[in-house]
Design a protein around this ligand. Structure first.
Ligand code: GTR
Length: 352
C-alpha cells in the first residue's frame, strides 16, 4: 500500500494549519470527491415546497402523528417531486429530526424502528431512495433527466440521493415542530455512503449516521482486508452510483488523489456516527475504524478530538462515543438493526 493522501495538505502542497485553512481545505476536498468519485451536484434550487397530508393522528402506541409529504423543487427542466413519510411526537415541542434514506417505501420498515426513535424524542422523515431515481444504469427516470450529466464528472446516483435529502432539509427547516439546529441524516450500506456524502456537502446536517457503508463509504480504499469489497468490485457492479471518472481507480486505488477519510473529514467539525457489524467483512470494518482515526485531524484543528478510542480492531460490542466521531461494532450481519439505532441515538442525545 502506498501512503494515503494527506488530509491536512492542500493540493498545492501547503499545509493546513488553522481553523480557517480547514474551511478552505474542506471545500477542496468536496471538489476532489465530486470530480473523482460521486460527481458534481447541481446548485440548490430556488424554491422548495411541501404539501403535507395527515395520515395518522396517533400511531403505534399513540405517541406520534404521521404525515405523508410531497416535496417539490424547481430544476432546469421543470419541477420535480418526491414523497416523504414524517413522524412527529404528539407532545408539543421542537424535535431533532432524523432523516433516513431507505431501501423501501414503507413507513414501518425493518430498518427503521420508528417507535423507539420517536419515543426517544426525535421526529423522523423517511425518503425511499428509488422515489428519487432508480438504482440502476437508467438515467432517464426520476430526478436524473432533469439535469445535463457530463460523462466524466456528472453526478452519479449517490449524489442524486444525497442532493434530495438536502431538499428535504430545505423543507423541514421551516417546520415549526423541528429543531433546525439538530438535523441528523442516516442511512445503511449504499445509503450509508449517501448519508455521509450528504453530510459532507450540507453543513446544516449536524449528525451523520452511516451504518455498514463500506467501500466508497467510510472504509479506506487502499487498505483492504480479506473479504472486503474493492473499487474494482463496486464500479463493475454499481457504476451508476458514481461519476465516470471513478472507474479509473478500479484496481488502481493508489492513484486516487483522496481516500475515504476525506469523506468523513468533510463533515468536521460536526458529528459522525459510524456503525459496523461483526460479520460484515464485505464492508471492511477495520478500514472504517482506521478511516475514522485518519479523519480525526480535521476535528483536532478545530480544537476537538474526532475519534477517541482504540487503534486495534474494535471487538464485538465495543463502542467509542467520547469524541465527535462515534464508532460501534455490533454483533451480527450486514443490517440496520435496533442496536445500531440505539447506539446512534444515545450518542446524539449525549451531544445535543
Ligand atoms: C452491496 C455493495 C455494497 C453495499 C451493499 C448495499 O452489494 O457491494 O457496497 O452498498 O450492496 O447497499 O446493501
Amino acid at each position: 500500500m502506498k501512503l494515503l493522501p494527506d488530509l491536512m495538505t492542500f493540493a498545492d502542497g501547503t499545509a493546513v494549519l488553522t481553523k480557517n485553512d480547514w474551511i478552505e481545505r474542506r471545500k477542496e476536498i468536496i471538489d476532489i470527491l465530486s470530480r473523482e468519485e460521486y460527481g458534481y451536484m447541481p446548485p440548490a434550487p430556488k424554491a422548495v415546497t411541501g404539501e403535507a397530508k395527515r395520515e395518522e393522528d396517533r400511531c403505534c402506541s399513540g405517541h406520534a402523528y404521521k404525515e405523508r409529504i410531497n416535496i417539490t423543487f424547481d430544476t432546469p427542466k421543470g419541477d420535480f417531486s418526491f414523497p416523504v413519510n414524517f413522524f412527529v411526537p404528539v407532545k408539543e415541542g421542537k424535535y431533532p429530526l432524523i432523516i433516513l434514506i431507505n431501501f423501501r417505501p414503507d413507513a414501518y420498515d425493518k430498518y427503521c424502528p420508528v417507535e423507539e426513535i420517536f419515543d426517544s424524542g426525535f421526529a423522523i422523515a423517511q425518503i425511499y431512495y428509488e422515489d428519487i431515481t432508480t438504482d440502476d444504469e437508467d438515467f432517464n427516470n426520476g430526478l436524473a433527466p432533469h439535469y445535463e450529466r457530463d460523462k466524466d464528472t456528472g453526478w452519479g446516483k449517490i449524489s442524486m440521493w444525497a442532493f434530495s435529502i438536502s431538499r428535504a432539509i430545505d423543507y423541514f427547516m421551516k417546520r415549526e415542530e423541528i429543531d433546525s439546529e439538530n438535523i441528523i441524516v442516516a442511512g445503511h450500506s449504499r445509503l450509508g455512503k449517501t448519508a455521509l456524502w450528504c453530510g459532507a456537502n450540507d453543513e446544516r446536517v449536524k449528525f451523520v449516521c452511516s451504518n455498514g457503508s463500506g467501500c466508497s463509504g467510510a472504509a479506506y480504499e487502499r487498505l483492504k482486508h480479506k473479504g472486503a469489497e474493492t473499487v474494482d468490485d463496486i464500479v463493475r457492479r454499481f457504476p451508476q452510483w458514481f461519476c465516470g471518472n471513478y472507474k479509473k481507480y478500479a484496481n488502481n486505488a493508489d492513484a486516487m488523489p483522496f481516500d475515504q477519510h476525506f469523506l468523513i473529514a468533510a463533515c468536521a467539525p460536526r458529528f459522525v456516527c459510524v456503525g459496523d457489524a461483526s460479520e460484515d467483512l464485505w464492508a471492511d470494518q477495520y478500514s472504517e475504524q482506521l478511516a475514522c482515526i485518519g479523519a480525526s485531524p480535521a476535528w483536532k484543528i478545530n480544537g476537538k478530538s474526532g475519534y477517541v478510542g482504540v487503534k486495534r480492531p474494535a471487538k464485538v460490542g465495543e463502542r467509542f462515543p467520547k469524541g465527535e466521531i462515534c464508532y460501534h461494532m455490533r454483533d451480527g450481519m450486514h443490517f440496520f438493526g435496533r442496536a445500531d439505532w440505539l447506539s446512534f441515538i444515545k450518542f446524539i442525545k449525549s451531544k445535543i
